[in-house]
Design a binder for this molecule. Structure first.
Ligand SMILES: Nc1ncnc2c1ncn2[C@@H]1O[C@H](COP(=O)(O)OP(=O)(O)OP(=O)(O)O)[C@@H](O)[C@H]1O
Ligand SMILES: [Mg+2]
Length: 365
């Protein structure tokens, strides 16, 4: 969908290149994140894609067409752009800001009104905000309006320059989750810029790591970047705990759970012990008749009792579901006294257990 072929940019009067010989390909529906230190040419790269800046050399094509051969105004209408620091027009209301491109491309008022409403809902903004001015919004609201405005005319391509930079970590996490949900439905082709490697790892299909001068250090899926950094620069940029970061990218659904020992409250003590033995464990999960997890008992708890249910059934500190990350599973393993993560479904019915070995196996290369 977007192709950069040996693109370089040197600004007039500058000695060095802002972007050097950059080749990148962004597939249809892919979310590519550009990361790198301040001044490494991220914004310049974005602005060359929608031709706000023209490259010194090289070629850029969007949807197979060279951007230099297209009318720049026409080109930009097909590309949603969230500029660094949001850039809402201060003297226009939220609704008017969102309506900017639809109005330019000649949508009728009714369609524009409906679109504003739809976007406001999509981004979980209060409808009462539509008539307000940007200065009357919180930082997080402004950023969502900025993204809504870029999406307004439903462009197939989006350029997003640090869209969530100016908000606190909690709001930011929420915006990222919403954004991922929306992207899962809309499947836009997106080039997204951030300083924050964790944001890149969380959002990206592929990450391009740029060094000073817009030199591409590595272009790879997040998992690959963490597993096999191409240079010391990438290794440093990715930062500490690459193994844990990789676990955060994988989910419980990606690996097989073990059956694990289970027992019902009505079972006799020796049945409980018999359930534990094949697994080499001295505890078992206690399930109610519907298969929901009541807790766990160990061998000493049940010894001398008529039924398992007469023992003190202890609660697990944490559960995970198939949608949980392996990082959460690891957290559950180290939090539970049984040293395993118990996997349950949405109805809290037992699915099995995950051991430390099973999780660790996934990140050993
Ligand atoms: N119009 C311009 N004229 C001259 N130099 C420029 C111009 N715009 C950008 N530069 C320079 O080009 C380099 C790349 O700038 P760019 O804005 O692309 O960086 P960036 O990676 O987006 O940085 P940040 O993370 O701080 O936003 C910088 O050294 C910057 O000073
Ligand atoms: Mg920038």
């Amino acid at each position: 969908m977007i192709t950069l072929d040996k693109v370089s940019k040197r600004f007039p009067g500058q000695d060095g290149f802002a972007v050097t010989d950059l080749s990148l390909q962004v597939d249809d529906g892919e979310l590519v994140v550009l990361v790198g230190p301040s001044g490494c040419g991220k914004t310049t790269t974005m602005r060359m894609i929608n031709r706000l800046i023209e490259p010194t050399s090289g070629r850029i094509a969007v949807d197979g067409r060279d951007v230099m051969e297209q009318d720049p105004v026409q080109l930009r209408r097909g590309i949603g752009y969230v500029i660094q620091s949001v850039g809402l027009m201060p003297h226009r209301t939220v609704g008017e800001n969102i309506a900017t491109v639809p109005r330019l491309v000649g949508w009728d008022e009714r369609r524009i009104r409906e679109r504003i409403q739809e976007l406001v809902e999509m981004f979980a903004l209060d409808g009462g905000l539509i008539g307000r001015y940007p200065s009357e919004l919180s930082g997080g609201q402004r950023q969502r309006v900025g993204v809504a405005r870029a999406l307004a005319a439903d462009p197939p391509v989006m350029l997003m320059d640090e869209p969530f930079a100016a908000v606190d970590p909690i709001v930011r996490e929420r915006l990222q989750e919403q954004f991922l949900d929306i992207q899962a439905r809309l499947r836009k082709t997106i080039v997204f810029v951030t300083h924050d490697i964790d944001e890149a790892i969380k959002l990206a299909d592929r990450i391009a790591i740029l060094n000073v001068g817009g030199v591409l250090e590595q272009y790879a899926r997040p998992e690959e970047l963490l597993r096999a950094p191409a240079s010391d620069f990438v290794r440093d940029f990715v930062g500490p705990e690459p193994g844990l970061k990789r676990l955060s990218l994988m989910s419980v659904a990606d690996i097989d759970v073990e059956a694990g020992p289970v027992v019902h409250p009505d079972a006799a003590a020796d049945e409980a012990v018999a359930a534990m033995e094949p697994f080499g464990l001295d505890w078992a999960t206690v399930l109610d008749p519907e298969g929901r997890v009541l807790g766990w008992v160990d061998r000493a708890d049940v010894t001398g009792r008529a039924r398992v249910g007469d023992a003190d059934v202890k609660r697990f500190a944490a559960y995970v579901t198939s949608g949980s990350s392996l990082r959460s599973a690891l957290d559950a393993i180290v939090s539970n006294r049984t040293q395993v993560a118990v996997v349950v479904d949405e109805q809290e019915r037992y699915r099995g257990i995950l051991s430390l070995e099973a999780v660790a196996k996934e990140i050993i290369t």
